[in-house]
Design a protein around this ligand. Sequence first.
Ligand code: ATP
Length: 558
Amino acid sequence: MQSVKMGRTVSLVSKLSRAALGSSSSGQLASVSTGLRAMTTANLNSQPVVIRIPRRVQERIESLKQMQGKKFDKLPTVKPGRLLIKSKNPQLNQSVGYTLGKFEQPVLTSKGWKSNRALGDYFSINSIQSAPPFVPKHKDEGDDGASASKKTFHCFNLCPELVETLQRQNIIHPTTVQLQTIPKILKGRNILCAAETGSGKTLTYLLPIIHRLQEDLLAGSERSIRAVVIVPSRELAEQVNSVARSVSERFGLVVKVVGGGRGVGTIKAAFARGQPDILVSTPGALLKALWKRFISLSELYFLVIDEADTMFDDSFAGMLEKILSHTQVASRLSETIGLARKAQLVVVGATFPGGVGDVLSKATDLASISTVKSRMLHHLMPHIKQTFLRVKGADKILELHQALKRAEQEQKGVLVFCNSASTVNWLGYSLEEMGVGHMRLQGEMPAAMREGVFRDFQRGKTNVLVCTDIASRGLDTQRVGLIVNYDFPESQTDYIHRAGRVGRAGGSEGGEVLSFVTQPWDVELVQKIETAARRRTSLPGMETDIQKPSQTTDAKEV
Ligand SMILES: Nc1ncnc2c1ncn2[C@@H]1O[C@H](COP(=O)(O)OP(=O)(O)OP(=O)(O)O)[C@@H](O)[C@H]1O
């Protein structure tokens, strides 16, 4: 008897679950509740039976109840399971398991955000996986990329000492971009490598360069500048210099760095004791060194342009063209070998707006460039939680203070991004008054003041760095767990780069981005981001317009 009753109860619960899961109609919801009440009464009269309603069903019932309360003319976007979008208004939540139809317009939380009535509204794009998308998955592993026999750096046939050096730094398995690009650079190809922020692009180009140069050194070649890496900021130049040194030291390769803002004397002094094998430089400093004939690039094997989107924008493109005119870039694979060899070109970035092809076509045949483009390029990173808060300008400082307190408890490093140097200064004074320890980094600071700020932040001198976008490009910020967009970024590109300071290869999980949205013009960008998140597509209008390499050229040259 008992077992029969139990059996009926179980089948009733499963029917109710199906009803609740499979329908959004209020009639069925009412029957779910009535059924449950009837069942409870029946059980009181006989032997007690514990009825457990799965949490999924409970959540479903809750959301259906909310639908009932408000006339809602749209299919529910909430399914059992985790939420992709969590809004203040739960009707606008969207589950990970919900896929928007091709012609279905997403209902956005940020839809009415231009109006002041929306003040206080918010939504989050939740992280839906713990592993970054640039960690290669293997057949026998789940979404998080755990376990499995992954490839190691041995697979590239790099010199063993180089692989050993990486192992000592706990860099064992190549990322997707490294797997795809390193073999191509080793073959001598011109490369355009477009891959997500934090996916390990620096080692992607440095490893083949160092491998090649140490071979040359063993062959007894004279020292001259064989590789130049051009980056847009002094901080990034210092960082690339430090990575290059850490992996090339044991081979006796010389790496030097020159940055702008320090005058010709400092640049001259950098080369007083001879030419390095690898030179890392900002474009301005490199041009000065070339014009003053402190260096020559006639023996160049590799020319790397890192952070391509910044390097090809109006502020740098002119300088870049001049630098390219001082170099001989190979237009075919056969030109990268032999005595009359020309330089191999490697262009690297996490975002590729238009204009790249225009400049490059002046230096080489675009058909000679192999493009490596990662699957999630220009997508929102799925392993980072991103929250958008519609807030009054005057309230931002209080919200920031709260966020900083939380981050302090969790011992996270924080980057606070502002859109101008003056806001960095103003915010700095305000935080000082509030007793919040921090450092500041912006482009208008005198070189001497700017020097070492980022390094000190990296070393943990303070947990908070208030900065402009000069800190958003390329800087490796393993200790940062929270990004605050105090000012909302002016472009999608800036948003991607700022958000990319968390969730980097080899870093810790659980990075977050918090964005304050105050201005009507911010709202349009938020809406684009929210739409891309709900549709799970790349951000709109960010396609790369560089010409794809022609298959025939590639086939001939291999
Ligand atoms: N295969 C790897 N395994 C683990 N960590 C790695 C690996 N490759 C690189 N890293 C580490 O990942 C971090 C990010 O690398 P890197 O700065 O080169 O990223 P990036 O792609 O250039 O980022 P951005 O687009 O922001 O410039 C660094 O700390 C680096 O040491």
